[in-house]
Design a protein around this ligand. Structure first.
Ligand code: ADP
Ligand code: NA
Length: 327
């Protein structure tokens, strides 16, 4: 990709799990080497759509910054910043919200799901896809890495770019989705559902800061089935296939290669192979997170520098928006 600007955000919900790492962050690291301009935002405005304890939120923001850096985000190549520190996000979100209809938001699947679970959701939860659109458009981003679950939100951002351009004259590129791999990591306890931080079951999720002992224990307990041979068949054998997915991703090889390395092993023995691969990849990351956490002032300084750089890009765009709107 010659030109182009990549934007993506992640909520500061504590240390990422293996699914976040393999499904999103590993791709973020690759993209910073492929695109000339890349922004990654810790989207704390999004996280307060759910109640947050202020002290926890503050700690989670720094933990996420440490995690992103430890996973390989390079602040020289990517602008890493805290969303709430660039107030242009909130202002553009208001303006875009005035171009969005209620039915357009009501049909988004995440609202349907989350408001059902909670029985009632905040206005912020309802409109957060508009804030997401603002996050993207504020930098005139051209490419947005998204998981499948976020495609409809990106479509809203695309619509809002077109609607704004139609009403006020061309300003925003219509951002394209970069579908970050279809690789889904499943819950270790219930491989029919994805590994998720909201999983309340113990041992279902591997955090990127888990100790080698924890990783070994969780993988030993991972649900498989009654066939001892290792094959890859996500439909019929989701548990074993999940182990193969994790093994292949962590050892940087194809699923076929992982299966061939498992030849002759039963699932019990194979779990030890997977454990080794996970420990090998996560150990340097865990150690780097610990090192970074021990110096919060350094992390805060890095984020502050990212914020300045993000603001330099955002301010002229918002100035232009205000003028077009008639402010
Ligand atoms: P969670 O499901 O734990 O709440 P998020 O929704 O915050 O995770 O997702 C953050 C990023 O990680 C998204 O890009 C999402 O697609 C990706 N992701 C989350 N869980 C998985 C998973 N189990 N496998 C692959 N990618 C995932
Ligand atoms: Na989620």
């Amino acid at each position: 990709p010659e030109g182009g600007r990549v934007f993506s955000g992640i909520q500061p919900t504590g240390v990422p799990h293996l699914g976040n790492y393999l499904g999103a962050l590993e791709n973020w690291v690759a993209l910073q080497n492929q695109y000339p301009s890349v922004l990654y935002s810790i989207v704390d405005l999004h996280s307060i759509t759910q109640p947050q304890d202020p002290a926890d939120l503050r700690r989670n923001i720094l933990d996420m910054a440490a995690s992103l850096l430890a996973c390989g985000i390079d602040p020289e190549r990517a602008i890493l910043f805290q969303q709430s520190q660039v107030s242009e996000h909130a202002e553009l979100s208001w303006i875009l919200g005035c171009l969005t209809t209620l039915p357009r938001l009501r049909h988004l699947p995440q609202w349907k799901m989350k408001s059902k679970v909670k029985n009632e959701g905040s206005v912020g939860l309802f409109t957060y896809p508009v804030l997401q659109a603002a996050d993207i458009l504020l930098y005139k981003s051209t490419h947005v890495p998204v998981g499948e679950d976020q495609i409809q939100h990106l479509e809203l951002a695309q619509d809002l770019a077109r609607i704004f351009n139609g009403r006020y004259g061309d300003l925003f590129p219509v951002p394209a989705a970069l579908l970050s791999s279809t690789r889904k990591v499943k819950s270790l306890r219930d491989p029919s559902s994805k590994m998720s931080k909201s999983d309340s079951q113990a041992m279902a999720t591997i955090s990127i800061t888990d100790s080698p002992d924890d990783i070994a224990l969780k993988l030993r307990r991972a649900v498989t089935d009654f066939t001892s041979e290792v094959t890859f068949d996500p439909e019929k054998r989701p548990g074993v296939s999940n182990l193969v997915t994790i093994h292949a991703a962590m050892a940087r090889m194809s699923v076929e290669e992982a299966v061939s390395q498992a030849r002759g092993l039963d699932t019990f023995a194979y779990k030890k192979v997977v454990t080794e691969a996970v420990i090998q990849r996560l150990t340097p990351i865990r150690e780097e997170i610990e090192r970074l956490r021990s110096d919060p002032a350094h992390l805060e300084g890095l984020l502050a520098r990212g914020t300045l750089r993000a603001r330099e890009l955002a301010a002229p765009v918002l100035r232009e928006v205000r003028q077009r709107v008639g402010f």
